[in-house]
Design a protein around this ligand. Structure first.
Ligand SMILES: Cc1cc2nc3c(=O)[nH]c(=O)nc-3n(C[C@H](O)[C@H](O)[C@H](O)COP(=O)(O)O)c2cc1C
Length: 237
């Protein structure tokens, strides 16, 4: 009986310590947050995004090209994971993955997604939403060719299997050993399910933190009737 009581007391103490930990945590910022004047922002989101990513990289933000990718399949339930940004150009934001993965299947069912970047040091966040299309077999193969041997090996190992239930780590080890050998022998090998996707944004939102929490939010919405094709709006933070 007293053991049960002790356990309950331990659980409560642990829950309390956890809450205190959360309350004590702070988001690390650089020495000074940049000032973002939305009145001077460009007419389209791409140049601003590229500038913010460059500034994050130059300011020492770790992995500024990693982003959260949110998708939802036919059941409408969202799912989220980290992927790398491979490019951002006039066509959209590019990322690579397996078409047979959970995200690939969800994109086939519902070809819309949202991307999220959070750069802590400059206190910035960017959200990008829109329709996602496959860039095609040639572009997907080129995407894989442009990556490191380790990335090629991982893509070969995961082809057709990423997101499936794994039977054992021995199975994974064997698949990786084979894939590493193959990537060494055939640097131009293609992973049949590897797909380059392009998200063509219809909405891009930039968020700049401000020291007194009077944060700045600037949303670009695609508006063909506007000069430059985008409407800019401020949002309540
Ligand atoms: C920093 C980081 C970068 C990643 N980049 C990719 C990527 O570019 N492509 C990819 O398929 N998975 C990437 N992953 C793995 C995904 O987050 C995810 O676990 C995997 O793609 C399976 O996702 P799914 O089951 O939702 O389809 C990355 C993970 C991390 C932590």
């Amino acid at each position: 009986m007293s053991d049960v009581r002790d356990e309950a007391a331990d659980d409560r103490a642990e829950a309390q310590a956890f809450r205190e930990l959360l309350r004590g945590l702070r988001v690390p910022h650089g020495a000074e947050l940049p000032v973002f004047d939305p009145a001077r922002a460009p007419g389209a989101p791409l140049p601003l995004f590229r500038r913010w990513l460059r500034e994050a990289a130059e300011g020492g933000e770790p992995g500024p090209h990693t982003m959260m990718l949110a998708t939802a399949g036919a059941d409408g339930r969202p799912s989220l994971r980290t992927v790398m940004l491979h490019d951002a150009d006039a066509r959209g934001w590019h990322f690579g993955t397996h078409r047979t993965s959970r995200k690939g299947r969800e994109l086939a069912e519902h070809p819309y997604a949202s991307l999220g970047f959070h750069w802590m040091l400059p206190g910035r966040q960017v959200r990008i939403s829109g329709r996602v299309t496959e860039a095609g077999a040639e572009a997907s193969a080129a995407d894989l060719r442009g990556r490191s041997p380790a990335a090629l090996a991982a893509a070969l190992a995961g082809a057709g299997r990423q997101s499936a239930v794994l039977g054992s780590y021995e199975e994974l080890e064997r698949a990786f050993a084979d894939a590493r050998q193959r990537a060494g022998r055939e640097p131009d090998a293609t992973a049949p399910t590897w797909t380059l996707y392009v998200l063509e944004p219809d909405e891009v939102e930039f968020y700049q933190e401000e020291a007194r929490r009077r944060h700045v939010r600037l949303r670009y919405r695609r508006a063909p009737e506007e000069r430059g094709g985008w409407r800019r709006e401020l949002l309540w933070p």
